[in-house]
Design a protein around this ligand. Structure first.
Ligand code: PMP
Ligand code: GLN
Length: 383
């Protein structure tokens, strides 16, 4: 029994995308873009297929992609990563998270500290490891954790502090003070840090700061990212992990029995993406910020209370402002009432804490401008 609520139901993303398909509603639920990414990335995948790059790639990933990942970490963050020892390519960030937790967490005496709400696979995979999930709450509307709550949550039983920054589903970007405290607590209690940075380039008002760049962090930190969001290729499932070689080796030992390898022709294409000029990466953030603003304005005009995300694909609203106190029910009826699909925040929290998030709803902004405008006018006319 592994869902966030202990069930084996389809994930909320599958459920809500199926609802959108059934009803013809605009899908602002599942976070995926409705436009293709950079032409050279797409054409390199086609070329790789045409050129016979269709068999098992090496277990760590093709050298060219591992080099591109290392160059990217150096170019954007000044991090020195050995492409031959400190990197492994995975089937998306999802497999990176699963392989990491399965490799490093050791059963019922171990605890994994996460911020709640959390991306749904975190609780599911922690359940597979048999460890205990220790949530630290993020509260509407700023979704910044209380540092005292974090200090209480991290103990000598903590095996991993699992961070996601920029954060799904809230769009929060964490403070420098929080990042420093995470590293300090991990050092104090002998914990590892796993940091999910899949939205590293979708950050609006400040540069992204990987946790691994903090003093004392590198040797205990595994950094996870993925090409899906950065290159609008969520279906390719090319992710990666970088960190100290002993930890990376442990993760690889598990990864080889999950998928063995993945995505041969998409690996060189993702390497091409990682080597695009800085302007590409700035451009995707600027474009998404404008979409965040457009979506936010539409949601406010429809009567919602709207949070201000600093990064990620997502915007969270309080639907109590339009009289809906049960967001799960609200999201089930929204396709009929407005022709729009969104996701209740309760999908990202434990059953125990669902009441604290009962009226909150997540909308995705990663859609074409005309789609967001259409959604805004439908929501304004909501019955
Ligand atoms: N972590 C977070 C925070 C995400 O939002 C996603 C994508 N939905 C993933 C991991 C999974 O990434 P991928 O599609 O590369 O497996
Ligand atoms: N990361 C995307 C989201 O949060 C989609 C994830 C998925 O479908 N598994 O919406």
């Amino acid at each position: 029994l592994i869902g966030t609520d202990g069930s084996t139901r389809p994930t909320i993303f599958a459920e809500m995308s199926a609802l959108a398909a059934e009803t013809g509603a605009i899908n602002l639920g599942q976070g995926f873009p409705d436009e293709d990414g950079p032409a050279e990335v797409l054409s390199d995948a086609r070329a790789a297929i045409a050129n016979g790059v269709n068999q098992y790639p090496p277990g760590r990933g093709i050298p060219d992609l591992r080099h591109a990942i290392a160059e990217h970490q150096e170019r954007f963050y000044g991090l020195h990563v050995d492409p031959d020892r400190d990197v492994v390519v995975t089937a998306g960030a999802t497999e990176a998270l699963a392989a990491t937790l399965l490799a490093l967490v050791d059963g019922p005496d171990d605890e994994v500290v996460v911020f709640e709400p959390y991306y749904d696979s975190y609780a599911a995979v922690v359940a597979l490891t048999g460890a205990r999930l220790v949530p630290v709450p993020l509260r509407w509307p700023h979704f910044q954790p209380d540092l005292d709550r974090l200090r209480d949550a991290v103990t000598d039983r903590t095996r991993i502090i699992l961070i996601n920054d920029p954060h799904n589903p809230t769009g929060a970007v964490f403070s420098a003070e929080l990042r420093a405290e995470v590293v300090r607590l991990a050092e104090q209690h002998g914990a590892l840090i796993v940091t999910d940075e899949v939205y590293e380039h979708l950050i609006f008002d400040q540069p992204h700061v990987p946790l691994a760049t903090l003093p004392g962090a590198w040797e205990r930190t595994l950094t996870i990212s993925s090409g899906g969001k950065t290159f609008s290729t969520t279906g390719w499932k090319i992710g990666w992990i970088s960190g100290p070689s002993d930890l990376v080796d442990a993760v690889l030992a598990v990864k080889q029995f999950l998928t063995y390898v993945n995505g041969a022709p998409f690996q060189p294409a993702t390497a091409t993406g990682l080597r695009l000029p800085d302007a590409y990466f700035r451009g995707i953030a600027t474009t998404l910020r404008a979409k965040r603003d457009l979506l936010g304005a539409g949601l406010r005009a429809a009567g919602f209370a709207v949070s201000e995300p600093a990064g990620s694909y997502f915007t969270v609203v309080d639907a109590a402002a339009v009289g809906a106190t049960d967001a799960a029910e609200f999201c089930r009826t929204l396709p009929a009432r407005a022709g729009v699909v969104a996701i209740p925040l309760t999908a990202f929290v434990s059953a125990e804490h669902a009441a604290d998030y009962a009226s909150l709803v997540r909308f995705a902004a990663c859609k074409r401008v005309e789609v967001l405008e259409d959604a805004a006018s439908r929501l304004a006319a909501m019955s």
